[in-house]
Unconditional design. Structure first.
Length: 305
């Protein structure tokens, strides 16, 4: 029986499988980084970070206004401040202070300001969707999205974020109460504050991975598998955790940003943090896109056999 040959444009199955994330993680990440540079990832991240800077304050204000009717204001602000510290190292206190001031004068907010905040809170999602379209360019031929879906999707996602913030606030409040308790055993007492701190960190990390995974599920056009979205979510979350700790150390020890920028320090630090965060989010999307393309290529190669 004559040997069946592969098409000239299809790679051998072994080569395709060997380039996957599970077979060669360093090589896979390096190739993903090269593709990220080829897609002008830093330029896309700059655009996402700029619009995120415009969106983050209106988004937080809308979320706090809605949730303040359900949760105590102090508990809500403390939870937002704790997890804002993950996104904006060293600047969460200033953001929470401004949110508290706005809540004290929320009765003065008119319909025009409300509509303006709703509009600006969705800008970052619109730009992020365009950036995802560049990274997932291989999907353009087979996947599309109606313009009305693109218009409505940011607001539906904001509602989901508010619901997630509600759950995280309730869980965080319960864990803080646990931290105030102690266990008496064999005549000795052990405080649960350390256990509460670890659980709060794990809740925050799990929430970060879940938020990124959900972002990767809804932003690219077409249906993305949960496994691929989770790979990107875990990658971006772990890279951000490492980067966040470096930023906290840098701003607390070496940085002279207060001397150089003065009153603009908060805006500069927030923009820098958002730029790095947007870069890692888009790099996580690039990891998903490469993994998806390699799996499709491997499948086509096996099918050709």
């Amino acid at each position: 029986m004559p040997e069946r040959l592969l098409p000239t444009d299809a790679p051998p199955p072994a080569a395709a499988d060997g380039a996957t994330l599970w077979r060669n993680p360093p090589g896979f990440m390096w190739q993903a980084f090269k593709e990220f540079r080829a897609n002008q990832g830093l330029l896309l991240a700059g655009a996402v970070a700029y619009y995120a800077l415009l969106s983050i304050v209106p988004l937080l204000i809308l979320s706090v206004i809605v949730l303040s009717h359900v949760l105590p204001q102090d508990l809500l602000l403390s939870t937002i401040g704790r997890y804002l510290g993950w996104l904006l190292p060293g600047q969460s206190a200033a953001m929470v202070h401004e949110l508290a001031n706005f809540l004290d004068h929320r009765d003065l907010m008119g319909p025009v300001l409300l509509v303006t905040m709703v509009f600006f809170s969705s800008l970052a999602f619109t730009v992020l969707e365009s950036a995802m379209a560049v990274i997932f360019h291989h999907r353009k031929a087979t996947h599309g999205r109606h313009v009305l879906v693109s218009v409505v999707m940011p607001y539906l996602y904001i509602l989901c974020l508010c619901f997630g913030l509600l759950l995280v606030t309730l869980v965080s409040g319960a864990l803080q109460l646990i931290g105030q308790e102690q266990v008496d055993l064999f005549g000795r007492s052990w405080s649960l504050s350390g256990v509460s701190g670890v659980l709060l960190y794990l809740v925050g990390l799990a929430g970060e991975i879940f938020m990124l995974t959900s972002l990767y599920l809804v932003m690219p056009a077409g249906r993305l598998s949960f496994r691929h979205a989770l790979i990107g979510g875990v990658t971006a979350a772990l890279l951000w955790e490492l980067t966040r700790r470096v930023l906290v150390w840098y701003f607390s020890t070496l940085s002279q940003v207060n001397v150089v920028y003065g009153s603009l320090t908060t805006a500069i630090v927030v923009l820098l943090s958002l730029e790095i965060a947007a870069t890692l989010v888009l790099f996580g999307a690039q990891v998903i896109a490469r993994h998806e393309r390699l799996e499709r290529r491997s499948f086509l190669s096996r099918k050709a056999l």
